[in-house]
Design a protein around this ligand. Structure first.
Ligand SMILES: [Fe+2]
Length: 172
């Protein structure tokens, strides 16, 4: 007798969806996708702002931003991976729409405070969005929630750090 081989079933839907409620899954994947783009845009703007500024006073800020790039890339990777785990698709660059207006390079490249304010703006946006995402996960997806809460903590730390920098750079 030939032993029964493995059976293959092709599903357009996952065999065991992580979030059963389709509407909820779509909502969370949508919020994760937005979070992914926020991180990607932050990476772009941290790279440019970590090289553009001029002057001695800019050096510390440039160094700090350069050092944060890897953390922001890691956040983007976590969001992309979670989208995939929830049976979504991490987007390609054609879906990208910019939104970090205040993180664009300053007209005066000595204007360190402009960049610091831009970072604070971006962090506030991230904190607001990640809080919304964590709330949306409540009771339905604790793994995404746990991941987002950890990332949220990173952004809060970063916000506080840059608020401290702003005090110094605004009181010339
Ligand atoms: Fe981040």
């Amino acid at each position: 007798m030939i032993p029964a081989g493995p059976t293959f079933v092709i599903h357009s839907e996952p065999v065991m969806p992580i979030i059963e409620d389709k509407k909820k899954r779509k909502e969370i994947i949508g919020l994760l996708t937005q979070a992914y783009w926020m991180e990607m845009e932050t990476v772009m703007n941290y790279i440019s702002n970590s090289v553009n500024l001029d002057g001695v006073r800019a050096e510390e800020i440039k160094k700090s931003l350069a050092a944060d790039i890897t953390a922001e890339i890691a956040h983007a990777q976590l969001f992309a991976k979670r989208i995939k785990t929830l049976s979504g698709v991490a987007p390609g660059s054609y879906d990208f729409k910019p939104s970090q207006k205040s993180l664009q390079p300053p007209t005066d490249l000595r204007d360190v405070a402009h960049v610091i304010r831009g970072v604070i703006d971006a962090e506030q946006g991230a904190i607001k969005h990640y809080t919304k995402l964590a709330k949306a996960c409540d009771g339905v997806d604790f793994v995404t929630q746990d991941m987002v809460v950890t990332i949220l903590g990173d952004e809060q730390e970063h916000l506080r750090e840059f608020e401290g920098f702003l005090k110094e750079y605004e009181s010339k």
